[in-house]
Design a protein around this ligand. Sequence first.
Ligand code: UFG
Length: 339
Amino acid sequence: MKPTVLLTGATGYIASHTWLALQAAGFSVVGVDDFSNSSPEVLKRLQVLSGQAPVFEQANVCDAAAVEAILARHKVDACVHFAAFKAVGESTAQPLAYYANNLGGLLTVCAALQRHGARRFVFSSSATVYGQPERLPLHEDAALSATNPYGQTKLMGEQILRDLGHADAAWQTACLRYFNPVGAHESGRIGEDPRGTPNNLMPYVAQVAVGRRPELSVYGNDYPTPDGTGVRDYIHVVDLAEGHVAALRRLFDSPGSFTVNLGTGNGCSVLDVVAAFAKASGRPVPYRILGRRPGDVAACWADPSLARALLGWSARHDLARMCEDSWRWQSMNPQGFTS
Ligand code: UFG
């Protein structure tokens, strides 16, 4: 019997790639999403890519009755929980919505899983829990802090799962701290499709290259970094998806819970990304230097050694490949899933 995984936020950017990776690794998947920040078109694309009709339930994970009904209909063995809001600026403007959705969803899903005896749980955390890094690379035991409500929901989510594990050793949880996910499936059929103006660098650069936006604003070139622009640990979304599979396998194979970074260990600057994207796409990426974006850190990259030791996982794709795949997705779908 294949183990069955409840995948929340299933039609979102990282989850849709994880769906394919889970199926390729021999898991059955029950996807749940309310399409609040994703498109039903993703399901059609997943069907083409996997050759299987997706098992899918449309629901909001804060709706306890709906989650209970889903778990009554589908026997699941584990959960990979993506469903959450993720925009830092929006979280500062709408803290109640962020706490209600991100923590309410987590609590609702965990309570339902507890009732149904499925206590293996993978949580989407973020490198944002490290706040302003004191030293680099970031190891999992670095100091934790949050500078906005979104980051607080990730810190609190991790704490809730630790408390659950302390209360009941049958709960096995994995908190995965993502660095900066970019790129797309190599087919170009699924990828990142932000609504409105992209907040993040790579989708913005891709939209400039495809002609949807005139130029990139580079937020600051006076950081203490080699070229003065912000440095981040960009990780290919397919590597990240495979990190989830490795984490889930570990939960099935060994007792205990863990928290790991999912990053490459390499830092790239904004101008590195601009140059790599221009090369991959063969299109110019005009940019203008502006002032720093409030709340940004100068540099942030992972120590990925724990994930390698614990999960036997490490990222395989380099920045050139991230840009090539991102460009294939963007050029095949200039308006995203509505193209
Ligand atoms: N940047 C620009 N112009 C843009 C967008 C971004 O110059 O239009 C720069 C930023 O200043 C930063 C770098 O590109 O130096 C990366 O910015 P992103 O917004 O892509 O990513 P962040 O590292 O700021 O944020 C990401 C996630 C957050 C998470 C954070 C820390 O989007 O959810 O990592 O883990 F909180």
